[in-house]
Design a protein around this ligand. Structure first.
Ligand SMILES: [Zn+2]
Length: 402
């Protein structure tokens, strides 16, 4: 069931090569806006661009975080460029520009003092070193457009490569847009679910195009677990309105993970390392923040209790715990690293789907929200935010009316 390609040995296809090899429009301004749906190698293209820049002798590459949900993606890009280039901590620097600007009531973008200072830092770097190099993954359209304009107005030389799923940039930037639309992360069985996300049906996220090579197989079918909800039917031991409020659902998912041989010691016939608990994300719109009490209706504490009762170790990652998010993003999931990490701190990650935006794992357990009016939209987002993280298997815990 190994469809995922660890970043260290990913194969690039002509669509990605073309973006990397195409010369910049002019020497002074090298801008690329990589726009495409989830799992189309946008991050990998950014990482390779960062490596090219360092290899060509630039001293510093700046990695921008442009939204609160963009932390994991920024940590991942910084880590991958830094580790692969091996040029020291200072060679790749993260600048957090989340929440340091917004549009006012007239639609004009306004930076806070902090935002102005950070922009100043980038500008000064360009003045001192002749150029500033910027990468931004999971980029916010507004922030990227404002940085682009600010640097242009100051007549400095710059590199700005940004990637994201919703990057409908203003007219003056359209010529820099390049589409990456071939699904390279998830097998067809998962891609078909992601395509039904609201944002993809509406077209705010570009549609997938045919993959460069046909997939070797459809991938394992999406597995489902029923969370029996509602009255007066037999709930079969299920409790709570939502799957994350239900220990029984946790038990059923734990059994399914065991059937998939996740965390089993004897599942590595080719010496590559089989699936470990760290290869699993449990995602949804539940709250995993450090200040969410266990009895909160948004807390996944009951589901976690069910998993643990069946011997599945868990690690809850809070959206507001930047250190935990950084560690998660830097946890490489390639076979070598997995084999090395076997037995040490192995645990299933339980998180809000926005916390892991930009990351991927072989197995994703998606905890559906439900069937009421508000939840319909949330589940439409869940396809894009949760299921698309999977490189192989999705387990979908569905709300079933009894
Ligand atoms: Zn249940």
């Amino acid at each position: 069931m190994e469809h995922g390609r660890p970043m260290t040995c990913i194969a690039l296809f002509p669509q990605q090569f073309q973006v990397l090899e195409e010369p910049p429009d002019d020497y002074d301004v090298d801008v690329r806006i990589l726009w495409g749906p989830t799992g189309t190698s946008k991050s990998i293209v950014l990482i390779i661009k960062g490596l090219f820049l360092l290899r060509k002798g630039c001293a510093t590459v700046f990695v921008l975080q442009t939204s609160h949900d963009g932390a994991a993606a920024a940590y991942l890009v910084r880590h991958q460029v830094r580790e692969t280039a091996g040029q020291g901590v200072g060679s790749v620097q993260l600048v957090n520009m989340a929440g340091v600007g917004k549009r006012d009531i007239f639609g004009q973008y306004q930076w806070t003092e902090e935002g102005k200072n950070k922009l100043q830092k980038l500008w000064q770097h360009a003045q001192t070193h002749g150029r500033v190099h910027i990468l931004a993954d999971e980029a916010e359209c507004d922030v990227i457009a404002e940085i682009y304009r600010a640097l242009k107005q100051r007549h400095v030389r710059f590199t700005l490569w940004a990637a994201g799923v919703k990057l409908d940039v203003p007219a003056d930037m359209k010529r820099h847009v390049r589409y990456l639309t071939q699904p390279l992360r998830s097998p067809p069985a998962v891609v078909r679910e992601v395509e039904q996300a609201d944002d993809m049906k509406r077209g705010t996220v570009p549609a997938y195009t045919r993959p460069p090579v046909s997939a070797p197989c459809d991938g394992p079918p999406v597995l489902t677990v029923g969370h029996y909800n509602g009255y007066p039917g037999d709930r079969q031991g299920h409790e709570g309105d939502r799957p994350w409020q239900c220990a029984r659902c946790g038990e059923l998912v734990a059994d399914m993970l065991r059937d998939l041989r996740v965390g089993c010691q004897d599942n590595a016939p080719h010496g590559q390392g089989g699936l470990t608990f760290s290869d699993v994300f449990v995602l949804g719109i539940m709250k995993c923040d450090t200040d969410t009490p266990d009895d909160d209706i948004w807390s996944p504490a009951p589901f976690i209790r069910g998993l643990e009762s069946r011997g599945v170790p868990t690690r809850k990652v809070a959206h507001n715990d930047t250190e935990a998010v950084r560690q998660l993003a830097e946890m490489t999931s390639g076979p070598t690293q997995r084999a090395a990490g076997r037995g040490r701190d192995e645990a299933v990650t339980v998180a809000n789907q926005n916390t892991v935006w930009g990351l991927e794992r072989p197995v994703v357990v998606y905890l559906e929200t439900g069937y009421d009016e508000a939840s319909v939209n949330a589940d439409a987002t869940g396809r894009l935010r949760s299921m698309s993280r999977s490189t192989a298997q999705v387990i979908w815990v569905k709300n079933v009316r009894t």
